[in-house]
Design a protein around this ligand. Structure first.
Ligand code: 4NP
Length: 147
């Protein structure tokens, strides 16, 4: 399974989803390939935001070695699922889709709600982590069940 997590900056939300799913997949003995990217270009090459690194560390997940990159068209070919954090990410990624198969790979990470952007609110990092962890556990359960 190859999964790409996408948000705007690729420094707050998607690095958490990337790190947590990678951690849980390993814990479950799954050889999944997880990555993350941003629709924006501002932070390319940077590590995740220090607040995301800290909250993940607090729950035993190390995301400090991740490096920010921008979403690119080839990601549609390289991943089975592309999970986006909010509706703006959804329209930005879908605007790049070339055909139905690309469109079919893209969905909101949470089923019917967004992951709020914590960039301007320090108090959101912990609740965002918890939302991300809950959904990652669900993804493992859903995708690890034989059809
Ligand atoms: P993220 O948060 O999309 O969760 O990584 C943001 C990070 C940086 C910016 C916006 C959102 N920014 O404008 O630089």
């Amino acid at each position: 399974m190859k999964i790409l997590m996408v948000c705007l900056g690729n420094i707050c939300r998607s690095p958490l989803a990337h790190g947590v799913l990678e951690h849980l997949a390993k814990e479950n003995g799954l050889e999944w390939e997880i990555d993350s990217a941003g629709t924006g270009h501002w932070h390319i090459g940077e590590k995740p935001d220090h607040r995301s690194i800290a909250v993940a560390k607090n729950y035993g997940v190390d995301i400090s070695q991740q490096s920010c990159r921008q979403f690119e068209i080839g990601d549609f070919d390289n991943y089975d699922h592309i999970f986006v954090m909010d509706y703006s990410n959804l329209s930005d990624v879908k605007a790049l889709a070339r055909h139905d198969e690309d469109h079919g790979k893209v969905s909101l990470f949470l089923k019917n709600e967004i992951v709020p952007d914590p960039y301007y609110d320090d108090n959101l990092f912990d609740p965002v982590y918890k939302m991300v962890e809950r959904r990652c556990r669900e993804i493992i359960a859903e995708m690890n069940t034989p059809a």
